[in-house]
Write a protein that binds this ligand. Structure first.
Ligand code: AKG
Length: 492
């Protein structure tokens, strides 16, 4: 038997000498002084533990992405999944039909005037943080509308080719992440594989969603993370990924941000007509009389205003941007070591679950001034220790950036000033369910509740306890399958 007082990175401390001296000296054990086991951290506070987590990760992992020149075998892929590390296969999708066929003319010929969902924003900032003049933040979602595919594609192209000085046009991004390639864009699905063979074999599942993305260099996807193993393939143009590992949760300054949506000014319901002070999002074009319906539609899209959602809701979202590292930084942000990779046409990226990613794009005449990609989302395996440990380290990271007790106060306020005020509230649910289970409560509502419960657990709030693997109430029976915890929240 050997005892190691392992310090950071497994260094053996002076304790082994102690141990050697006392082996066999049972008569003297009562005189042994009590000593706490060494933590291995370089300080004794929560923030030291978080700092150690991030720096140890970077000591042990490179910030260069592994580049493979052919698809990995299922076993090789599984090694990356187990280590939760990304890789890129250069030209991994070069043989796909989509690579050979897709260009502006082909896409229009196949999709014709099928109505497709498109996200519209004034500055290409769908699902992102905007800052108000008084430093308050909003999480703003795009205006979503349906338009004929050919119109969407031509608008994306013409915005890309028009001179910067010309009048501002709304930015369109076809980006519904709802399995759209097997539904809305099904005429194009024949041009890509139905599955990624190495992922299907290794993960023993088929993708939950296969998504089609069409945009231009005006759109940016803000830093966020997903509960999916993601195989992302660039077909036309380029994508520029900035990636942060899950252990950097404490760097990204996640906050519960008030949710809002871009709405054409002339469609804002009168009850919501006043936008929050300080918003300068509108291009403030005045309505023009005698326009045809499509012209009116186009004019309306040039005048989007931000409306706070009703009922009010907040979304936990990263507010730090690795490209503006001084702004909204936490004490840990300077420890972040972003991994950056550009996907060229035909490249395939494995983006592991829970990695934060920010994505920008670029185009060229040879890509028809389009950036077009396809991705395969495989549900994260919530069993094992990866999910609970990641959730734990995120929670600790959040706690250590809060002033003492702020978490508890916040939770007390939010929870007990809402509709449950004064009641004994029993919420039974579980962290870590997949998309399907969410359906029984409505995805967003369910997602919001999960976040809340997760926060509750992480903050160890008084009056909150895990009551174990629960017996479902009859009406929740369908939701319970595969769930792990029940949480009981009691009025303090
Ligand atoms: O391509 C993009 O703009 C974002 C991609 C993304 O967020 C994802 O695949 O999860």
């Amino acid at each position: 038997m050997w005892i190691e007082a392992a310090g950071r990175h497994g260094k053996v401390g002076p304790w082994k000498h102690c141990f050697a001296r006392h082996v066999g000296m049972t008569a003297k054990t009562e005189t042994l002084p009590f000593r706490p086991a060494p933590t291995g951290f370089e300080g004794s506070g929560l923030d030291d533990a978080v700092r150690d987590l991030i720096t140890s990760y970077h000591d042990l992992n490179t910030t260069l992405i592994d580049e493979l020149d052919s698809e990995p075998s299922p076993l090789e892929f599984m090694r990356y999944v187990c280590r939760n590390r990304p890789f890129v296969v250069r030209k991994g999708a070069e043989d796909w039909k989509a690579r050979k066929l897709w260009n502006a003319e082909y896409l229009c010929r196949v999709m014709k005037d099928e109505m497709v969902n498109v996200a519209i924003t004034p500055h290409g900032n769908a699902d992102s943080i905007i800052e108000l003049e008084d430093d308050d933040l909003l999480f703003v979602k795009p205006h979503e509308t349906h338009e004929p595919f050919t119109h969407v594609l031509r608008s994306i192209q013409s915005q890309e080719t028009s001179p910067l000085s010309s009048s501002p046009t709304p930015t369109r991004y076809a980006q519904t992440q709802n399995d759209n390639l097997r539904h809305e864009y099904s005429p194009l699905f024949a041009d890509v594989p139905k599955d990624i063979p190495f992922a299907k074999i290794a993960l023993e599942k088929s993708p939950d969603a296969i998504n089609f993305w069409l945009g231009n260099s005006h759109s940016t996807t803000a830093l966020h993370k997903d509960n999916y193993e993601n195989i992302y393939v660039q077909i036309l143009g380029n994508k520029h990924f900035t990636l942060l590992p899950p252990v950097e949760a404490a760097c990204v300054n996640e906050k519960a941000v008030l949710a809002a949506t871009y709405i054409p000014r002339d469609s804002v319901p009168s009850s919501r007509a006043s936008t929050p002070p300080g918003l300068t999002e509108s291009s403030a074009s005045s309505p023009v009389a005698d326009l045809t319906e499509p012209q009116q539609h186009e004019e309306a899209l040039k005048d989007l205003v931000v409306c706070v959602d009703e009922p009010e809701d907040s979304v936990p979202f990263a507010t730090w941007d690795p490209d503006e590292p001084k702004k909204r930084a936490t004490p840990f942000s300077a420890l972040s070591r972003a991994l950056r990779v550009t996907l060229n046409e035909g490249d395939m990226l494995y983006l592991p679950a829970l990695w934060y990613h920010k994505v920008t794009q670029s185009t060229s005449p040879s890509s028809s001034h389009l950036s077009c990609a396809v991705n395969y989302w495989y549900d994260l395996d919530f069993s094992g220790s990866f999910w609970p440990l990641s959730t734990f380290s995120r929670g600790i990271g959040l706690l250590s950036t809060l002033p003492q007790n702020e978490g508890k106060e916040e939770l007390d306020r939010e929870r007990f000033e809402d509709e449950h005020l004064g009641e004994h509230v029993k919420m039974k649910a579980v962290m870590g369910m997949g998309v399907d289970e969410g359906a029984c409560m409505g995805g967003l509502e369910w997602q919001g509740m999960m976040e809340e419960i997760e926060d509750t657990l992480m903050r160890g709030v008084e009056g909150t306890r895990v009551v174990g693997e629960g017996d479902p109430e009859p009406e929740y029976e369908d939701c319970w399958e595969g769930f792990g915890y029940a949480v009981e929240v009691m009025h303090p």
